[in-house]
Ligand binder design. Structure first.
Ligand SMILES: C[S@@+](CC[C@H](N)C(=O)[O-])C[C@H]1O[C@@H](n2cnc3c(N)ncnc32)[C@H](O)[C@@H]1O
Length: 716
């Protein structure tokens, strides 16, 4: 690259971690310069290179299924189709060898085959050898600046739905080009599969996969497609892109520029011409072209394509088509950055709208083959440093859970501080200080009332238990270390300052004694590291408990009963009814300490008393469930009331809304609508009063109450 300020600036970043950006849009389905396009491998390569938006070029098969291909009729250069005789025979033009100076030819279209047939093909680098005399020879011809290294094994082609699921799982955004059909529409002639149907089908597939329009940029070269979307699907047209190569003959450029105003008036928001339309050279410098200036003037956003498709820039070719308007100043590989700089700074090429949060770094992914299940899964490390106003979080989980989590309110909202956080910032409820014999702990600074939310925390790291169980130890530790190190400075140092176990591996020593189990998505067990909540020590007579809200990804610590200033805030690491021996063993094995709390140290007779209480509660809960399942509702009600009495006796009452919920359910089953409604109302009030962020319970209680009200109404 030529010496200058841009080179100096770029060199200063050369050792920095690759960050993901919506400004980087991968063309033809991923990192396709060196990978067969529109394959799993090319999408993963694009992901590693930091593409925030990835493309699927959409075309259709003979049975009208949507698949990703850069052109409807490129199967002969992008797959091995001509080498499979029975499929070659179905091509629009089957392979014909070179002879007598005439080049080898073939033309194979997706519309020549059913989806099942297309699924048997292997993708290859886009090329052909026109001197070929055999189909096998025809498959070669990859240019020297590309490679066949990643085409040695068979990569299958992607359907649009495969692509959507993969990109969604990676937490990325989508751009889908409706490829101009190379067969007459409707297809087949006389059918109802019109161009408008094809344009609609594309949107329907995104909708069927529950993808929001804000994450998708539709594209087409056909102005009519844009007009169709604007009219029929205005939400999806908001960021639809009109691809414009109408000025490929120099004389048509004035007309192309003149048309920009018309497009904007019709409701097109984004225009995407090829690179040479946007720049020109003035006094030896690259500057925005008339086309770029006009597009901006009429209010169009600009996107462009094929920055890295031209092969070598310093080989005397001047970069070919994509550099044709700046050929005079294109003579070395670094000129790609000069062009990029002008596009970013002067032309003002747009990026994706950031109204949806995305991962800060390219997800780092690995395939796992579970021991007991034959279908492999992909686990990734996802980090968002923006999460919760810069607290940040790293998730190590499946692509499915990653995408599920990214869609949660926790990630979508501009976070409003929780009421408890606001209250605590005015008048802190606790402080983290050394506590005799336990390292550090949380101690009340003021009076805390029963049911008060004392602490609200979010995970620094959240890890799927399946990842922990099935990944080799050294690999697991490396990924987890990276998960911690990608967090923002402050959160990272809070993680490293947590109390540790005696494990010789730093990551194990931190995670072991400080993480909590939480459920995410489809009951996927995860382990979360909540750096503040991890300061709460264990007691067999707790005054607080944890409550996790998946929707907001928050861990709340709630007061079981009133707590006085100076009192330590403690919770039970084991279910309250666990018998003493089991409890001691569990705390030793899992948490690495000898339980010295009063109940573990108490005299034999005290232990006996407490033991019988715990046993009684345990068996009571089991019997309540049994009685319920066998239809003995009145017995279950009596036992539930007894459960309240005994637990209060031992100063550990059940959480009241939960207790009222249970009674409401039992009375309803018994057919006592008056009591069912009374308890359902109490449960509902309870969930609301405790300022529960666990809206799901509040919501469930509300739905139940409404159902009761409706039944009561009908009964009148
Ligand atoms: C979740 S951390 C609690 C915070 C920890 N004390 C600290 O300094 O960060 C759990 C660890 O705290 C210690 N711990 C918690 N409760 C304890 C107790 N009742 N008695 C002794 N150690 C306890 C144990 O070392 C345990 O592995």
């Amino acid at each position: 690259m030529d010496e200058g300020p841009l080179k100096t600036k770029l060199a200063s970043c050369s050792e920095k971690e690759m960050k993901r950006s919506d400004w980087s849009i991968s063309h033809r389905g991923g990192g396709t310069l060196q990978f067969p396009e529109h394959t799993h491998g090319s999408i993963m390569a694009g992901t590693r290179m930091g593409a925030g938006i990835q493309e699927c070029d959409v075309t259709f098969t003979k049975d009208k299924q949507l698949v990703c291909r850069h052109a409807q009729c490129d199967l002969h250069t992008t797959t091995n189709v001509v080498a499979i005789p029975e499929l070659n025979a179905k091509c629009t033009i089957p392979f014909k060898p070179a002879s007598n100076g005439a080049p080898a030819t073939a033309k194979c279209c997706t519309s020549d085959f059913t989806l099942d047939e297309i699924k048997t093909l292997c993708a290859k680098m886009d090329a052909s050898n026109t001197a070929a005399t055999t189909p096998a020879e025809f498959l070669s011809g990859t240019p020297g600046y590309r490679t066949d290294l990643y085409a040695k094994t068979c990569s299958r082609l992607l359907t649009l739905r495969d692509y959507i699921d993969l990109i969604d799982g990676l937490g990325l955004k989508f751009t889908a080009e409706l490829k101009t059909p190379e067969v007459p529409m409707p297809f087949p002639a006389g059918s109802d599969y019109t161009q408008a149907k094809f344009a609609q089908q594309l949107i329907d597939e995104f909708e069927a996969a529950n993808i929001k329009p804000e994450r998708v940029w539709l594209q087409s070269f056909l102005y009519d497609d844009l007009l169709y979307w604007i009219k029929a699907e205005p939400k999806w047209a908001q960021q639809a892109i009109l691809l414009d190569e109408s000025a490929d003959a120099a004389m048509t450029m004035p007309e192309a520029v003149a048309n920009l105003g018309k497009y904007a008036k019709a409701g097109v928001k984004i225009i995407a011409p090829p690179l040479p339309y946007l720049v020109t050279v003035e006094n030896g410098r690259i500057v925005p072209s008339q086309y770029a200036l006009t597009a901006k003037k009429v209010g169009l956003k600009i996107i462009t394509w094929s920055l890295e498709r031209s092969g070598w820039l310093g080989d005397g070719s001047g970069g070919g088509y994509y550099y044709s308007s700046i050929v005079n100043v294109t003579n070395n590989e670094g000129d790609v950055y000069n062009l990029l700089h002008v596009l970013a700074q002067d032309v003002g090429v747009a990026d994706g709208d950031d109204n949806v949060m995305s991962w800060t770094f390219p997800p780092r992914c690995m395939s796992q083959t579970p021991k007991n299940d034959s279908s492999p899964r992909v686990d990734c490390l996802f980090t968002s440093t923006d999460f919760r106003n810069g607290h940040g979080t790293s998730l190590v989980t499946t692509t499915t859970s990653g995408s599920h989590l990214l869609g949660l309110e926790a990630f979508l909202d501009k976070p409003v501080p929780h009421a408890a956080q606001r209250r605590n910032s005015l008048c802190p409820a606790y402080e983290i200080i050394p506590v005799q014999g336990k390292g550090k702990g949380a101690v009340a600074k003021r009076r805390i009332r029963r049911g008060e939310i004392i602490m609200v925390d979010v995970p620094a790291v959240l890890i799927a238990i399946s990842f922990l169980a099935e990944t080799k130890a050294h690999h697991r530790r490396r990924i987890l270390k990276q998960a911690i190190n990608q967090l923002p400075e402050e959160t990272r140092s809070r993680v490293y300052s947590l109390g540790r176990s005696s494990s010789k591996y730093e990551v194990d020593a931190i995670l072991g004694p400080n993480s909590n189990t939480v459920m995410v998505g489809d009951d996927e067990v995860h382990v979360g590291l909540f750096t503040e909540a991890a300061r709460i020590n264990h007691s067999c007579r707790p005054n607080a408990y944890y409550r996790f809200s998946e929707r907001r990804l928050t861990m709340e610590v709630v007061a079981f009963h009133g707590i006085e200033p100076g009192e330590e805030i403690v919770m039970s690491y084991v279910p309250l009814e666990t018998p003493v021996e089991e409890r001691r063993r569990y705390l030793r094995e899992h948490w690495g300490f000898d339980c010295a709390c009063s109940l573990c140290r108490a005299s034999e007779s005290d232990i006996d008393e407490s033991e019988s209480w715990r046993r009684k509660i345990k068996s009571l809960k089991e019997t309540i469930l049994d009685a319920r399942s066998q239809g003995f509702y009145q017995d279950a009600i009596t036992m539930t009331e007894e459960w309240l009495m005994i637990s209060e006796w031992d100063r550990a009452p059940p959480f009241m809304p939960e207790y009222h919920d249970t009674l409401a359910d039992l009375y309803f089953l018994k057919g006592d609508m008056a009591n069912a409604t009374r308890y359902a109302r109490m449960a509902m009030d309870g969930w609301a009063r405790f300022g529960s962020v666990d809206d799901e319970q509040l919501e469930r209680a509300g739905v139940f109450l409404r159902r009761l009200d409706q039944l009561n109404e009908k009964g009148r």
